[in-house]
Design a protein around this ligand. Structure first.
Ligand code: AR6
Ligand code: MG
Length: 370
């Protein structure tokens, strides 16, 4: 695989980190004015200005566990991931974790990791969590299953891997499908031809096709919860993607209140994953009153402008822009304000080396295990 693919792997994970660190200070805001964000970024990019260092939150802490588990196990091992989530949480529980996911960690520990999916399946009276915690940490998975050969790029391998990784903490179909949507969006961003202008409608249509299959296959299982979810425009990802597509087609971008109302800025997966995707796609062209020519920065600024779960929406939008543009697409002046940038770049490199080895093995007929 090429040097540019390496840079895009690294950019994906650096994007997770930078979106998370820079978005953290705005988490829970009703909204953040564009004027404030223009000053915030200009200040960070001014080499003479010294600012307090920004730490990462649960988004990066859990992404790190997923990445290191894949790198060390060379497969998707839910037990290993569960152990890493718990040990990372115990080492630093004050990283802004979701309000109830701590119960899953505690129960995993109390049951000695006997069933890595058990505690999550019992959350919310057996409904499982639909928080965005499975989606926010999923980026290493599409890197792990990435292949340069279309023949061995098996989408079903990615979907199965995402489901396994998600179910350790999130068993609700909305939580899992949110992770699927973000994972296939990272995959598509990674495969977008470098240097070419993005057709955002075609990009969204590609995701709609896959999510229609995912939602269709789920409701085919005649599971009441699933089929009900698909009919509700609020909880169908296909419907959300159709809204994203219609927003992108407008001559004037929609007002933040409309984006917040229709797509959402909450900690639930269905009210944040499509929003992050929209921020990434809308950032492909200039946005009124957002003062930057850089797509990565614009995606973050729009995410923060919307308020709510800014660190997670910014982190997911950052992963997508990092996958599209690689390290060079991330303004270097932003990096000195963030914790652990070198580590994030290293996780990207290690996953690249792994994917490269697996690609050459599969071209020789050896299957990658998930
Ligand atoms: N019914 C009602 N509320 C729910 C349900 C449900 N089935 N599922 C989730 N919620 P959690 P996460 C609500 O705790 O997904 C941090 O800020 C409920 O209020 O599973 O890992 C991160 O940065 C629950 O506490 O954690 C991310 O933004 C909340 O959703 C986010 O939290 C979060 O679900 C990740 O959270
Ligand atoms: Mg968050």
């Amino acid at each position: 695989m090429s040097a540019s693919t390496l840079s895009r792997f690294q950019g994906t994970l650096l994007g997770v980190l930078v979106g998370d660190c820079l978005g953290g200070p705005f988490e829970g805001s009703k909204y953040v004015s564009k004027a404030h964000l223009n000053k915030y970024f200009a200040k960070m990019l001014d080499p003479s200005v010294r600012l307090p260092f920004k730490t990462y939150t649960d988004d990066t802490a859990m992404t790190k566990s997923v990445a290191l588990s894949l790198i060390q196990c060379r497969r998707v091992d839910p037990m290993d991931m569960a152990k890493r989530f718990v040990s990372e949480y115990n080492a630093d529980p004050k990283r802004g974790y979701g309000a109830t996911v701590g119960d899953v960690f505690q129960n995993l520990h109390l049951t000695a990791f006997e069933d890595p999916f058990g505690p999550a399946s019992r959350q919310f009276g057996g409904m499982g969590s639909y928080g965005n915690g499975a989606a926010m940490r999923i980026s290493p998975v599409p890197l792990f299953t990435h292949s340069t050969s279309d023949e061995s790029d098996d989408l079903s391998t990615l979907l199965a891997a995402v489901e396994t990784c998600s179910k350790v903490t999130h068993s609700n179909p909305l939580g899992i499908r949110g992770a699927i949507l973000h994972a296939i969006a990272v995959r598509a961003a990674l495969r977008h031809k470098a240097g070419e202008k993005m057709d955002t409608t075609a990009f969204t249509n590609g995701l709609i096709d896959i999510m229609a299959q995912v939602e269709g296959a789920d409701s085919g299982k005649a599971h009441m919860t699933h089929s009900k979810l698909d009919k509700d425009p609020e909880t169908s990802y296909v419907k959300k993607l159709e809204i994203v597509r219609s927003f992108l087609a407008l001559n004037e971008p929609p007002h933040r209140e409309e984006i917040e109302e229709v797509l959402g800025t909450a900690v639930s997966a269905h009210r944040s994953v499509p929003t992050a995707l929209y921020c990434f796609l809308a950032a492909q062209k200039p946005i009124p009153e957002i003062e930057t020519d850089n797509v990565f920065q614009r995606a973050l600024m729009l995410s923060f402008h919307l308020g709510g779960d800014t660190d997670t929406i910014g982190s997911m939008a950052g992963a997508l822009a990092g996958a599209q543009f690689g390290l060079d697409g991330i303004p270097s002046g932003l990096l000195k304000h963030c914790e652990a940038t070198k580590q994030a770049v290293q996780w990207g490199e290690d996953l690249f080396n792994l994917a490269e080895t697996s690609s050459s093995a599969s071209s020789k007929g050896t299957q990658r295990s998930s």
